[in-house]
Write a protein that binds this ligand. Structure first.
Ligand SMILES: Cc1cc2nc3c(=O)[nH]c(=O)nc-3n(C[C@H](O)[C@H](O)[C@H](O)COP(=O)(O)OP(=O)(O)OC[C@H]3O[C@@H](n4cnc5c(N)ncnc54)[C@H](O)[C@@H]3O)c2cc1C
Length: 404
């Protein structure tokens, strides 16, 4: 029933991404991570290189020129990218997850225009950004709990065969470098989010897009995160993804698999910290022996390893259930667990790794302090862990914990 051996294709995918991560990303990270201006921290050439290798197009069906992969492929690729650097993994996972959003919500014309464009222009680095969060609160958007209606203030007002967009978005990954923005906006002023919001495909060269400041982040410094606003921006009605008012329903379907991307990224970072700590524990000799021989150090490493294995198994189970919605009823709607658990353990694992390196780990010469900075983001973005747990809790009565 269960086979954890990678297929030949999965192994080949792993090899390509792992090599890119170790040979291309890792040697470049320190320079970009330490750039004093956040604009200089984004490695555009590396992004283009990875895109030319097809990393952004993993989930796009072959008929549009994509790789035609599944959610396990997505998990494998993002974990390996994050093993190299989590900021770069963000650049890709946003693209991949938004290609899925277009697949889920787009009509035939939209899919063939934009998904083909992502594949055809991969060499030039065709980038997408998802502009959902607003200064009025991201929690409402990534955890649409009940009848919330305060978090989306960006308006899309219908004028003939166009919509006019006005409003401001914040914390937008790939902001400023994107060719296409996928924008959540309110089309019905008084309705709840679930009824009153729609999604629009907005090409970056549309008049009325205002690119705001680049955020100066604590970690994930190699990703570009910016404010974006819309000033009397006119967009044709056929650039709306799905029906008017269906925006949140499309997002909800997409969220079911979102945890696979962020969760795999957390696993990749946790593994990078664990590998470094294990190597150090074997090499660092004090009291006449390697510190791995001290029980407390060994127990830390065993604990780190167990959590990584548990996190990856959970992410892969969610990935599989998203690909097989008909076969995994008890597990459907619990997809956020794939984000929540890895996002929690990656903070613990990077902190334990720092403890094993002790004084040396605290210094900027080694990547340990970067790993700790990078880990802090996971329980915050793509919906806070606290809120996502509430979201999962709502589903528990309908999702028995039985084996089948
Ligand atoms: C580096 C980075 C990249 C990002 N990339 C993107 C992106 O590409 N696109 C995008 O749209 N957004 C993006 N975001 C936004 C991100 O998803 C949000 O920051 C996140 O969803 C949390 O929203 P918030 O920061 O507004 O927190 P808030 O919603 O203000 O929440 C603040 C606190 O209140 C708690 N809280 C909120 N509501 C409740 C409640 N009902 N009950 C109990 N507690 C509650 C939260 O758990 C949290 O602790 C990014 C953020 C960061 C930091």
């Amino acid at each position: 029933m269960i086979d954890f051996n990678l297929s030949e294709e999965q192994r080949a995918l792993y090899d390509v991404v792992h090599r890119f991560s170790v040979n291309e990303i890792r040697p470049a990270v320190e320079k970009f991570d330490s750039a004093s201006a956040p604009e200089d921290a984004v490695p555009l050439a590396l992004l283009r290189q990875g895109m030319a290798l097809g990393f952004s197009n993993l989930l796009i069906p072959e008929e549009y020129g994509g790789y035609g992969g599944d959610m396990i492929d997505y998990a494998i690729a993002v974990e390996e990218l994050a093993y190299g650097d989590v900021g770069i993994a963000d650049l890709f996972l946003v693209n991949i997850s938004l290609s899925r959003l277009i697949l889920l919500g787009g009509n035939q014309q939209q899919k063939s225009t934009w998904l083909s464009r992502m594949c055809d222009d991969a060499d030039k680095g065709f980038v997408i950004a998802g502009a959902m969060t607003e200064p009025t609160g991201g929690s409402e958007i990534f955890c649409p709990l009940a009848d919330a209606k305060f978090g989306v203030r960006t308006k899309a007002v219908k004028k003939g065969r166009h919509y006019r967009l006005d409003g401001a978005k914040c914390f937008i990954t790939n902001g400023g470098i994107a060719d296409l923005y996928i924008v959540l906006a309110r089309t019905a002023p008084d309705a709840s989010n679930l009824e009153g919001c729609s999604i629009f495909l907005v090409p970056a060269d549309t008049d009325g897009i205002v690119i705001g400041k680049t955020e100066n982040k604590m970690g994930h410094r190699l990703s570009s995160v910016r404010e974006i606003s819309f000033d009397a921006l006119d967009i044709p009605e056929d650039y709306r993804l799905g029906a008017e008012g269906a925006g949140f329903r499309i997002l909800l379907e997409c969220y079911e698999g979102n945890g696979v991307g962020v969760g795999s990224s957390a696993v990749g970072l946790a593994r990078a910290a664990y590998d470094a700590a294990l190597e150090y524990a074997q090499q660092r000799n004090i009291w006449g022996r390697p510190i791995l021989q001290f029980e407390s150090v060994a127990a830390k490493l065993a604990d780190m390893r167990m959590k990584i294995e548990a996190a990856r198994a959970l992410v892969w189970k969610v990935a599989w259930s998203v690909d097989h919605p008909d076969k995994c009823n008890a597990f459907n709607k619990l997809g956020s667990m794939a984000k929540i658990y890895p996002a929690g353990i990656v903070r613990e694992i990077t902190s334990s790794a720092m403890d094993i390196f002790a004084g040396a780990g605290y210094m900027r010469d080694l990547p340990m302090e970067k790993y700790v900075r990078d880990a802090m983001l996971y329980p915050i973005y793509d919906g806070t862990n606290d809120l996502l747990k509430q979201f999962v809790a709502q589903q528990l009565p309908h999702a028995p914990s039985t084996i089948c």
